[in-house]
Design a protein around this ligand. Sequence first.
Ligand SMILES: [Fe+2]
Ligand SMILES: [Fe+2]
Length: 183
Amino acid sequence: MAELTERIMDHVTSTNIDRAMLMDYLSEFLAVEQGGIKLYRAALQIVQHDEIRRKFHEFHQETLKHVSILEKVIGELGGDPGYQSTSAKIAEKKAEGLLQTMTATNGMSAKLAEINAIENIVLAETKDQADWALLGKIARQTTDSHLGDVLKAAVDEVEPEENEHLTWTKSKMAELAMGAVSE
Ligand SMILES: [Fe+2]
Ligand SMILES: [Fe+2]
């Protein structure tokens, strides 16, 4: 309900968007998606349950599509998808940090390695989902109709998928962790 009220308020609020800052953010969000691709690839080598494997395969494919959509958005806004902002470089390092915990399993059992992999996906998807929620907010509030149109088309396609990526992985992580502590 609070989220719905906020969305309605966005439509009556107009904001001037700092274009340079937005382009830096879009570069960062692209790095988050690219990090997600690597994380899904690594996680798919580790997860054992068929259901998780199936979902991660689906989410991996959607993440590849999100990269293309963001590159297209950046191009349509006059930016260069090859440009990497400072925050994009940091996002890349964060993903590398998570990846390291998956390549070196540090003596974890197969069960713990699977929980660790899904936890890393939850961490990455938390940021990914927040990024697209922010783009939705910008699309609703911007005074620039071209910017609004470009972002809205992308958000309409991606945001429902991001919501599923996060809610599904979060509840699966809780289920696996509960299973691990149950006798
Ligand atoms: Fe994504
Ligand atoms: Fe995602």
